[in-house]
Design a protein around this ligand. Structure first.
Ligand code: EPU
Length: 337
């Protein structure tokens, strides 16, 4: 095992703050993962599993071992005339995997094109965009249970997927995802219901879309609305869209008739956090080199702050003002360390 000491985490997370880790290693196999976990145990060090660091904010030095997951590989497990079953290593780059499927016209993940991150992180927060959540296309997830010290295979039901949620997130740090199995379709039902996708297809004169034309539309929409983490530090949506009760909704909509909300069931609404934050006047605001992105208020951007704590404090100020104005408490989507 190659161990690095007192290393800067700046290149390993998309907020690119200058926080350090006392120890750092990368693992390419399950055996290397075991070796790293054993080393942490023997040396009484905490550990942290890192993918490509696109949904994490380090607010201080990490006292322990950072284990960067680099288990890669895309394997075809089964194929029929209509479907294909793939097993993919946790460390594969998500965008690379989606484009691989799009090139083969295997449908299901095209709406999730260009989401930064790794395949292993996708089921943890059940990544979602433009009307699709990754859990819909997952058959099972392989993970190591650090409590019982067993390798497990979670069926889709056992993953307990919800909005930006899963068993792996609920029981944070218990399971380490090593591989994910996806079922994709050769005759997919394409999801074009999301307004922005419909508009791009219409603009391009595409009435009979393909897996590829949807992926291209999504790539276009994301590139025009969201900052590229390779150019400006960010981790996509910093907050989740909050869920409120119908009673709360009925009160808010009277006071704020332009509030954007979607009914989830008879008693719950999901409201657009981006709208709430914009309505509090944050969109485009920059303080101490941290900003609320000008084109999408849900995204916090780092224009050069060195300390993760500065970004955290900025997010705290947003939470406070949304709570004061609307009585709604925003929850962070990004993992804070
Ligand atoms: N809105 C505003 N102001 C803003 C941003 C949004 O009023 O500054 C309004 C929009 O006009 C729209 C509504 O809020 O009516 C929803 O906006 P959008 O379609 O941009 O989606 P979102 O709810 O803000 C979610 C995901 C994104 C995903 C998009 C597209 C969460 C936390 N975020 O954002 O995911 O790309 O939908 O499906 O659910 C991510 O998780 O990192 C991410 C980027």
């Amino acid at each position: 095992m190659q161990l690095q000491k007192n290393i800067s985490l700046k290149p390993f997370h998309s907020f690119a703050c200058e926080e350090n880790a006392s120890f750092f290693t990368t693992v390419k196999t399950k055996d290397e993962l075991m070796e790293a976990l054993n080393w942490a145990k023997e040396n009484k060090q905490a550990y942290l599993i890192l993918g490509s660091g696109t949904n994490i904010l380090f607010t201080k030095q990490f006292e322990g071992l950072v284990i960067k997951m680099e288990l890669t590989g895309i394997q075809k497990v089964q194929e029929s005339a209509s479907e294909v079953l793939l097993q993919v290593g946790a460390g594969e780059n998500w965008t690379h995997f989606v484009s691989y499927c799009v090139q083969k016209s295997w449908g299901g993940l095209e709406n999730l094109s260009l989401i930064p991150g790794t395949v292993g992180a996708a089921p943890i927060q059940n990544i979602g965009a433009y009307g699709v959540e990754v859990g819909e296309h997952i058959v099972s997830v392989n993970a190591y249970d650090t409590v019982t010290k067993n390798w497990l295979s979670f069926t889709k039901d056992a993953c307990a997927f919800g909005y930006r949620d899963s068993i792996f997130k609920k029981e944070a740090n218990r399971y380490i995802v090593s591989a994910v199995q996806f079922k994709l379709s050769k005759q997919p039902i394409l999801r074009t219901d999301y307004g922005a996708i419909k508009a791009v297809l219409h603009e391009r004169g595409i009435s009979n879309p393909s897996v590829e034309s949807i992926a291209n539309a999504v790539i276009y929409i994301r590139s025009s609305k969201l900052p590229d983490p390779k150019k400006i530090g960010n981790a996509g949506s910093f907050f989740k869209n909050p869920m409120i009760t119908k009673t709360q909704y009925d009160q808010l909509i009277v006071q704020f008739p332009s509030l954007i909300a979607f009914p989830i069931n008879d008693n719950a609404y999901k409201i657009a956090a981006g709208w709430l934050i914009e309505a509090c006047g944050w969109k485009g605001v920059i303080q101490e080199q941290v900003g609320c992105y000008k084109d999408q208020a849900l995204v916090i951007v780092n224009y050069g702050a060195k300390k993760g704590k500065t970004i955290f404090d900025f997010s705290e100020a947003i939470i406070q003002s949304v709570q004061t104005k609307f009585g709604v408490v925003l929850e962070r989507e990004v993992n804070i360390v």
